[in-house]
Design a protein around this ligand. Structure first.
Ligand SMILES: *[C@@H]1O[C@H](CO)[C@@H](O)[C@H](O)[C@H]1NC(C)=O
Ligand SMILES: *[C@@H]1O[C@H](CO)[C@@H](O)[C@H](O)[C@H]1NC(C)=O
Ligand SMILES: *[C@@H]1O[C@H](CO)[C@@H](O)[C@H](O)[C@H]1NC(C)=O
Ligand SMILES: *[C@@H]1O[C@H](CO)[C@@H](O)[C@H](O)[C@H]1NC(C)=O
Ligand SMILES: *[C@@H]1O[C@H](CO)[C@@H](O)[C@H](O)[C@H]1NC(C)=O
Ligand SMILES: *[C@@H]1O[C@H](CO)[C@@H](O)[C@H](O)[C@H]1NC(C)=O
Ligand SMILES: *[C@@H]1O[C@H](CO)[C@@H](O)[C@H](O)[C@H]1NC(C)=O
Ligand SMILES: *[C@@H]1O[C@H](CO)[C@@H](O)[C@H](O)[C@H]1NC(C)=O
Ligand SMILES: *[C@@H]1O[C@H](CO)[C@@H](O)[C@H](O)[C@H]1NC(C)=O
Ligand SMILES: *[C@@H]1O[C@H](CO)[C@@H](O)[C@H](O)[C@H]1NC(C)=O
Ligand SMILES: *[C@@H]1O[C@H](CO)[C@@H](O)[C@H](O)[C@H]1NC(C)=O
Ligand SMILES: *[C@@H]1O[C@H](CO)[C@@H](O)[C@H](O)[C@H]1NC(C)=O
Length: 516
């Protein structure tokens, strides 16, 4: 650091002391520490060494090897030439000059003393955040954060912020030549979670101070907790209460409580990250018993995060009566409309003791869609299938049975019946027109009477549908009655009925749709 003395002083020294050129050194002292300023090139033969604070021409002598002592006891002379300052203070910073006197000549040496201090009193602030017991801060996701780092240092330090994310390597955020370094992060996201380190470096002494702050980014679960009841896999009687509250950080804590148990005692549960499972014992499996799951998350008001479940008996609906034609198929359905946990539906026949469960095999097929169970019986047989069927809905809380009676009927030739009705209808109409034409408009009241009687007769004929009416049965009393009333126009009507035959076939083709 030595360099030749600056011109002005050199000229002055030459003039006053007629001595040779002086020298200059730069000394950096640390506040609070000691420093020794050497009077360089002072020779052993030097008669007197004098120290000045500042310019020797303008300031009084500070120290002299021949007995002059400074007021401040922190100053002392070492080896008759060097100036020693203990417990350095900031105000000690100055340009010191030593003068050695050799015979008639004097030699000047200048020492520039700089006092560095700090960085001290480092302070890291991240706003707005909350401090956890271990000193870690947490911020809310989407918040705007102000990171500020301050320190006291002389001269002004270089202050920088480094970010060490949990996953990747560090990243330099900002660096300034200032004792305060602050920056803003908008829209905090989990990616900004990590360790933030502020470092301040004193450019003179090279001393560095750092401070690390761990910052977590918290966010609440987006929805409310969800509860449900499920029959446990291990035992069919066991019931498990599930409570789930995902999507938050940190994980919430969840507790199950019996709603009627006012002591607020928790039920023995198994916790996973975002969910909790309680296994109920048999004494708790009661109809309409309610359980509540409470969720706790640091960012959510506690009262808001709860869900309840109620245990209920099963309830089913079904048609109480079904019928089937011999040889055809029939579907018995049974819908579960209540039951928590969800009821299991089974089908039974009550013809044997104990009741036998029907399984999907052979002519029986059981399927479940949503909450509806369907039993399909194919190829109905009157002797084996007719009777009561039981739809049994069961869960761990209770059981409900529904009886369904199945009647098996002999098949009926629907096409034939429909054909007969059509033929008879046409006959009736033709008879009416015959009578009308025969009697003429003069007998209008008589015609009206006949028409009324005809229609009632047709109604009677339709009622006879239930009895197995053969299609072409001239011996049938109803048919016979119609013929008699035709009064000699029977031949014409019969012909017309034959003419209408194709429409009868049409109807027969449509038969399957009519039966379903
Ligand atoms: C002072 O001493 C240094 C070595 O300590 C030397 O290099 C330099 O030339 C000397 N200067 C004078 C003026 O004597
Ligand atoms: C300092 O100078 C004094 C006389 O002025 C002398 O007695 C003493 O021995 C010197 N000390 C050293 C270390 O040279
Ligand atoms: C000491 O000298 C330097 C020039 O070498 C000057 O810049 C500085 O201001 C001086 N310091 C004091 C305290 O006079
Ligand atoms: C200083 O004095 C010594 C003897 O004490 C002498 O040898 C030397 O030459 C003198 N130097 C000067 C520059 O007068
Ligand atoms: C401080 O506590 C939080 C929450 O309990 C934890 O996530 C974090 O890892 C802890 N930090 C340290 C450094 O222990
Ligand atoms: C951040 O906070 C510091 C100290 O509280 C304040 O001096 C600075 O102005 C703030 N920065 C912004 C951008 O608000
Ligand atoms: C912060 O640093 C500490 C200590 O090195 C480490 O245990 C912790 O996991 C870091 N935190 C984060 C969020 O990376
Ligand atoms: C801080 O000051 C040093 C020395 O003057 C300079 O090299 C550096 O570029 C400055 N840094 C900033 C960020 O201004
Ligand atoms: C809670 O249940 C577990 C198994 O489900 C059992 O090992 C444990 O003993 C139970 N604790 C209490 C207090 O009942
Ligand atoms: C069932 O649980 C209740 C409430 O937790 C408890 O009082 C009871 O003793 C338990 N019964 C059995 C058989 O474990
Ligand atoms: C089935 O029944 C349960 C009640 O037992 C009900 O919560 C659920 O919504 C029903 N599902 C359908 C698809 O109807
Ligand atoms: C089948 O159930 C019906 C309806 O409850 C009942 O009347 C009948 O006695 C039962 N049959 C047998 C064999 O249990």
């Amino acid at each position: 650091m030595a360099r030749s003395l600056f011109a002005g002083l050199c000229v002055f020294a030459l003039c006053v002391f007629k001595g040779d050129a002086g020298t200059e050194t730069l000394v950096i002292g640390i506040a609070g520490k000691d420093v020794t300023l050497m009077c360089q090139n002072a020779s052993e033969q030097a008669l007197v060494v004098e120290w000045f604070r500042g310019d020797p021409s303008t300031t009084p002598i500070l120290f002299s090897s021949d007995g002059e002592v400074p007021d401040d006891a922190r100053f002392s002379l070492v080896g008759n030439t060097s100036l020693h300052i203990s417990e350095l203070r900031l105000q000690d910073e100055s340009n010191y000059t030593c003068k050695e006197v050799l015979n008639e000549t004097a030699h000047l040496h200048r020492v520039q003393l700089l006092v560095a201090s700090g960085p001290d009193n480092m302070n890291v602030q991240i706003h707005p955040t909350t401090k956890l017991p271990n000193g870690t801060l947490y911020a809310k996701k989407h918040d705007i954060l102000n990171f500020t780092c301050t320190s006291i240092s002389r001269p002004v330090p270089t202050t920088k912020w480094d970010f060490y994310p949990s996953s990747s390597t560090n990243e330099l955020f900002t660096e300034v030549n200032n004792s305060q370094n602050s920056f803003i992060l908008h829209h905090m996201s989990p990616g900004y979670q990590g360790n933030y380190t502020c470092s301040a470096k004193n450019p003179l002494s090279g001393f560095q101070a750092t401070m690390t702050q761990e910052l977590l980014v918290y966010y609440p679960p987006p929805a409310l907790p969800q509860c449900w009841v499920q029959t446990s896999n291990e035992s069919t009687r066991g019931v498990q209460l599930f409570c789930q509250w995902p999507g938050g950080y940190p994980h919430p804590t969840l507790h199950w409580r019996d709603k009627e148990d006012l002591s607020g005692r928790e039920i023995n549960t198994t916790s996973l990250a975002d969910s909790v499972v309680a296994t109920l014992n048999s004494s708790q499996l009661l109809h309409e018993k309610e359980f509540m799951c409470h969720g706790r998350h640091v960012l959510v008001q506690e009262a808001k995060a709860a869900c309840t479940v109620q245990l209920t008996n099963p309830l089913v609906t079904s048609d109480p009566v079904r019928s089937c034609f011999v040889g055809k198929a029939v579907a018995l359905t049974c819908q579960s409309i209540a039951g928590n946990p969800r009821a299991r539906i089974t089908w039974l026949r009550n013809i044997s003791q104990p009741e036998r469960e029907i399984r999907s095999s052979g002519r029986f097929r059981i399927s479940q869609e949503g909450n509806t169970s369907t039993l399909i019986i194919q190829n109905c047989s009157r002797s084996t299938d007719e009777g009561y069927y039981v739809c049994k809905a069961e869960n761990s809380v209770g059981l409900r049975e529904m009886y369904i009676h199945l009647t098996v009927n002999e098949p009926v030739n629907v096409g034939g019946i429909v054909g007969t009705i059509v033929v008879l209808l046409l006959l009736g109409i033709l008879v009416f027109f015959g009578v009308f034409l025969y009697a003429g408009p003069r007998l209008c009241p008589k015609g009206t009477l006949l028409r009324t009687r005809d229609s009632s007769d047709i109604l009677v004929l339709m009622d006879s549908e239930d009895e197995d009416v053969p299609t072409e049965a001239p011996g049938d009393p109803a048919w016979h009655r119609a013929m008699v009333r035709a009064n000699g126009h029977a031949t014409r009507t019969t012909e017309s009925s034959h003419a209408e035959k194709p429409s009868e076939f049409d109807l027969e083709e449509k038969e399957p749709r009519t039966t379903t």
